[in-house]
Design a protein around this ligand. Structure first.
Ligand code: ATP
Length: 214
């Protein structure tokens, strides 16, 4: 059994099959027993999610109700103040201990704009980054400093298990042309989201009127 623990942060407004399928592929590729979903507390100066924090958690619960691979960690939502990823990673590192391999899953788009994250160059001191492919994003979208940083830290699957942190692993996941922005737009226009979201999530959205037509 792998001791590598993996966390997957996101706004999840809403969680969709792009998130879930990529995470499942990564788990299978790396023999992960669990992936913990970590919904973000969005800072007030950023565009706010359309779903409330409670609704985003309910969406996550519905999405994973039949998927034992996943669990949910609401620590960022339970704090009064928005937490930076680096702060959460610091806490996670304290919890797992200094030697345990710890990974944070992100999409390729997030990797290429990682220089917008607080203390981004310190992130690899706490975890590995496992990067899911995302259609339409290549390293040309990153500035030179980020490209160099990525190249310097690229690693393979075995190193993720061997070392506690420090590597960037580009996972060869399938390409899923699914985004929360597009899903919200489709729902605002009463368009079908069949295949883009788990059925239980579609049901919750219908029950609550969330993302209803504008
Ligand atoms: P939005 O369209 O509002 O930007 P999103 O679909 O990117 O939302 P987030 O909750 O912001 O969803 O994403 C959380 C993480 O999941 C990010 O690191 C993002 O790159 C990744 N991700 C989201 N959708 C995909 C996808 N289709 N394929 C791979 N990674 C994805």
């Amino acid at each position: 059994m792998s001791k590598l623990s993996a966390w997957f942060g996101g706004t999840f407004d809403p969680i969709h099959n792009g998130h879930l399928h990529c995470a499942r592929e990564i788990a299978s590729l790396l023999d992960l027993q669990n992936v913990t979903l970590l919904p973000n507390n969005v800072p007030p100066h950023r565009p706010q999610p359309e779903a409330s924090a409670t609704q985003r958690v309910e969406l996550l619960k519905r999405a994973i109700q039949d998927a034992p691979l996943f669990s949910i960690d609401c620590r960022e939502l339970e704090r009064d103040i928005p937490s930076w990823t680096i702060d959460t990673l610091t806490l996670l590192r304290e919890e797992v201990g200094e030697k345990a391999p710890l990974a944070f899953i992100i999409g390729q788009d997030s990797l290429l704009s990682i220089n917008k994250w607080d203390r981004w160059q310190e992130i690899l001191e706490y975890c590995h980054l496992i990067v899911a492919q995302r259609p339409g994003y290549s390293s040309q979208h990153a500035d030179n400093k980020v490209q160099l940083w990525i190249t310097r830290h690229l690693t393979d699957a075995a190193s993720l298990h061997r070392n506690p942190c420090g590597g960037i692993f580009l996972a060869d996941t399938s390409l899923y042309t699914i985004s929360a922005t597009d899903i919200r737009r489709r729902l605002h226009h009463s368009l079908s989201c069949h295949g883009l979201l788990p059925d239980a999530v579609i049901e919750y959205i219908a029950e609550t009127g969330l993302y209803r037509p504008r």
